[in-house]
Design a protein around this ligand. Sequence first.
Ligand code: AVJ
Length: 317
Amino acid sequence: MTGRPRGRPVILLGLSSNEFFRDVIAGLAAPQKALPPKYFYDDAGSRLFERICRLPEYYLTRAELSLTRTHLGAIARFAGKGCELIEYGSGESLKTPLLIRALRPGAYLPVDISHAALEQAARRLLRRFPGLQITPVHGDFSRPLDLPRPRAARVVYFPGSTIGNLDPEEAHAFLSMTRGQAARVLVGVDLRKDARILHAAYNDARGVTAAFNLNLLARINRELGADFDRARFAHYAFYNAGAGRIEMHLVSLARQAVRVGRHRFAFESGESIHTENSYKYSTEGFRALAARAGYAVQKVWTDRRGLFAVYGLRAAQ
Ligand code: AVJ
């Protein structure tokens, strides 16, 4: 993107608002009601998520940041200086400046579902790295994007265990899709661990995760003209050991009906809306997933406590 006005990045568009309505109606009509977690991140939700990242119980962000600092040289060597860096779910991007300073990428393409987060991140990075070529892309990772033509080798950066939101089939599809974009991937993945540690990370004492979960209902009310009563739903999160994932739900505290536009949805008392899965992988489990998508694990970096891993994947021939 050349010729962009200073300080106002041009954002490539990839999503329509209509889609939100369709996803909500379809999700609430299903036998197990469900809403896609990508809709957590309106402005209020993005702010709540930033607060989650600072919670004492939420070890993921700190563990990934610390391992990225410790292994920065090796991570940059793996990616290759001057590469074009595609970052999915860039959000607040605390680790990104570290990586950009070490990598000096020829171009940086952040992809995010939140327009505000993209714009802020792009401005912040431009201030910090005035010569950096930034092409923000508004979209999500559930389908291929229309990206400009590459001028150097591309590396996909997918930090934050965002891949954990995808079920193994979707994660496989995502990794297969990135094979058409880059021969190398850096991906941050939360490791399997003691269920009590996992449980605490999604049931924080301050109730920030609960507010984050419930904010989805406020967003649906505001943007889609619904009448959810947030006081009649409760945050519920638990570790499903069989599936290897944290599940978040919003549980109806009463028998009630909710309207979304002209649609009406009935809830039994105790019935839930499944709002998020957060998969945790052993290194072996993740290696198998990557292999099925045609990637070999070339590097694994972990933090000192073994909580979190960043993998360096390379397309297998
Ligand atoms: C951004 C998807 C990695 O699953 O841990 C945090 C989102 N949900 N607390 C996660 C989240 C509840 C987070 N990811």
